[in-house]
Design a protein around this ligand. Structure first.
Ligand SMILES: NC(=O)c1ccc[n+]([C@@H]2O[C@H](COP(=O)([O-])OP(=O)(O)OC[C@H]3O[C@@H](n4cnc5c(N)ncnc54)[C@H](O)[C@@H]3O)[C@@H](O)[C@H]2O)c1
Length: 361
């Protein structure tokens, strides 16, 4: 029996879009039938290399293509909602890059569109596929550290503003700085590890100290350079109160005077043990060891788990494809609401920072 291939369109040619493209190409029975982006040479080159039959400069034209089963969105954040809503209304399933959108209200329009269309809306949270996060997730879910009551997590860079002048630093296009960009990953892996507790309130502070002075720019090869003024924060910290009495402290920064080697980490204290992982070198280091601190028979039984590297975008895209090709009865569980929850928390953090007070969710 021949199964009809899944026909996918990818929008965006930057680092993120290329991860999607390569991940789909590696899955049997998936055809990337369309690609869109504004860099004409790169569009032609990627189209040739990945044997994509239709290429477009404008996302609007890709979404109109008849017979598309799914669309991947890897463009600047202000375009996530209009593209997702248009694609969902035309009956396509959608995989959007993180953050789902600039704000919770914008994200809500995407979730509403997915529910109305009865289609899948998944959002890429590739860092929860890190080997260290997966190993610690198993450990916590097995009850090995008891009830987690406090956690802290961060992603910090010294010179990591994705690119000074690009859409990332333009408030209207990005919705914010590191808090909404990389902080959403930190929030995601933390809530995931803690078992998805509801966030009750947020108290946060944001700073914009280096970016506006032209400092802290990274060398990331971001494609779109609108030469925007620096309008967003470059560092943020937040303290979240969780359902059940737990608390979570987050730090995220694109640029601060700190060790030049980037770091991502997570520490948790539970009633029967604690654990932490710390990836020094961050994005270049796909996995860290997980340290576990616990007792057996009243004696320390600390140990280290050596985690395997995760599969990042490949794993996310494969799961999306599996869900889309699977039982339609499972689609409603993939309506983007997980990502919407994170967007609401980030909204509360920005509001708390603006109003200098704790904000309830
Ligand atoms: N999950 C991750 O690890 C990860 C990493 C990097 C970026 N991202 C996310 O991916 C998205 C894109 O980031 P990037 O770094 O690849 O950006 P980028 O600026 O490098 O690329 C953006 C792409 O969008 C295209 N684009 C812009 N407007 C368009 C339009 N009207 N029609 C068609 N194409 C259009 C551009 O031509 C370009 O190809 C962002 O939402 C970002 O947050 C996720």
């Amino acid at each position: 029996m021949t199964v009809r291939p899944l026909r996918v369109g990818v929008i965006g040619l930057g680092w993120a879009g290329q991860q999607h493209l390569e991940a789909y190409r590696a899955i049997r029975g998936v055809e990337v039938v369309a690609l869109a982006g504004q860099e004409a040479d790169l569009l032609a080159e990627l189209g040739r290399r990945h044997e994509v039959p239709a290429t477009f400069a404008r996302w609007e034209d890709l979404v109109e293509l008849p017979g598309l089963d799914a669309v991947s969105i890897a463009v600047p954040t202000w375009l996530h909602a209009p593209i997702a809503v248009a694609a969902l209304r035309r009956g396509a399933h959608v995989l959007s890059e993180k953050p789902i959108a600039r704000t919770g209200d914008e994200a809500q329009t995407m979730v509403d569109a997915a529910r109305a269309a009865g289609r899948v809306l998944d959002v890429v949270f590739n860092h929860r596929r890190r080997g260290d996060v997966m190993a610690l997730s198993d450990l916590i879910a097995r009850g090995a550290i008891g009830r987690p009551y406090y956690a802290r997590a961060s992603w910090l860079r010294r010179n990591g503003i994705p690119r000074l002048g690009s859409w990332f630093v333009n408030e209207e296009m990005s919705g914010g700085g590191p808090l909404v960009d990389i902080g959403v990953h930190v929030l995601d892996w933390s809530l995931h590890l803690l078992g998805e507790p509801r966030v009750l309130s947020a108290s946060a502070a944001t700073y914009s100290e280096l970016g506006p002075r032209g400092r802290g720019g990274g060398d990331r090869d971001t494609l779109t350079h609108e030469t925007s003024a620096y309008e967003v924060e470059d560092f943020a910290s937040a303290f979240l109160r969780l359902e059940g009495g737990g608390t979570l402290a987050l730090e995220t920064g694109w640029a601060t005077y700190r060790d030049p080697v980037d770091v991502m980490d997570f520490t948790v204290y539970g009633t029967e043990g604690g654990a932490e992982w710390r990836a020094v070198g961050a994005t270049d280091v796909p996995v860290a060891d997980v340290q576990v601190f616990t007792e057996r028979g009243g004696h320390p039984a600390d140990h280290t788990i050596t985690a395997q590297p995760g599969r990042a975008h490949q794993a996310v895209v494969e799961e999306f494809v599996d869900v889309v090709r699977g039982d339609p009865g499972t689609w409603s569980a993939h309506d983007g609401s997980h990502a919407l929850t994170r967007a609401r928390v980030i909204d509360a953090c920005y509001r708390s920072a603006r109003e200098h007070r704790e904000v309830a969710l």
